[in-house]
Design a protein around this ligand. Sequence first.
Ligand SMILES: C[S@@+](CC[C@H](N)C(=O)[O-])C[C@H]1O[C@@H](n2cnc3c(N)ncnc32)[C@H](O)[C@@H]1O
Length: 307
Amino acid sequence: MAAAEVQLTVAGVVADSVRIAALGGVDHVEFSVTEVDRAALSRLSSRLLVSRREGDGLVPLDLDPATGLDDDLVTIPKYPGKTNEQFTQLLVSLATAQLEPRDEPYRILDPLCGRGTTTSAAWLAGHHGFGVESDQKAIDAHAAFLTTWLRRKRLKHKVSHDPLRRDGKLLGKRLDATVTDPVTGTVLELGILPGDTRDSLSLWGKRRFDAVVTDAPYGVVHGSQAEGRRTRSAKDLLGDAIGVWAQQLRRGGVLALAWNTTNLPRQQLLTLLEAEGLAPHNDGAWTELAHRVDSSIHRDVVVAVRI
Ligand SMILES: C[S@@+](CC[C@H](N)C(=O)[O-])C[C@H]1O[C@@H](n2cnc3c(N)ncnc32)[C@H](O)[C@@H]1O
């Protein structure tokens, strides 16, 4: 996956130069580039060290993180059902590498956001993070952690955790926050709404997003929820929700989705995406992202562009 990430997110990688090699008994990814894309190299989700070969030696490259936010924003929270933070950073990179570069932060939506690993990874990458989550306890835990983290880091911020009402009905408590990046001064937004992901379009209204990035329920730890009851499979949920998410993307926006292929083979998912006006990448390194999470979860990743 690290080799595929290099091919898919780093500019100027020479075709067929990416290979896995051992150095002092430790595997690493080796590749040639025509230019040094320091920002993309800094974003590589599994990097410990990036070095340039000089003669027989290796010289470590100074990296250039997107923000001055500490990455313990994504590493401290630990809970059942959390999506691995490096994997989440990979999903964010795969999506944003497909968008045209711009100085403004992208608006990234995770419509199954749990306790916010994706929205936090979006912040670390310098983007706005938005979400929808049906488990109010997950939003409350996210709010409690983020409030403490922002205070302890002494960052300029705002945070609120207030009731959300629609048509006089209480839907739950939303979470809203902003943080000022201490390095660039950019103000990054966060917004999490309580509710069913199938209602994400009506919850978020006219807002459109540059990317939808999500790790779908595996049907093991997290069932998919319909009106608070675990009544439907993750496969049914994706069948219902992909069309909703597609409508929330602006044209040219990107969906990066991780799902358990045990219930839904890749080809079936590709058909679902195409039916909703999304053009999935399905060649070369795009097809090399599948991996085993445990005995019942075989996860794959698809990235598709809204036509
Ligand atoms: C695989 S987990 C994602 C975890 C998240 N990335 C994190 O690290 O916290 C899937 C999430 O989808 C939520 N979920 C399941 N069905 C849902 C639905 N119909 N609407 C909204 N959220 C749902 C679950 O409560 C769970 O938090």
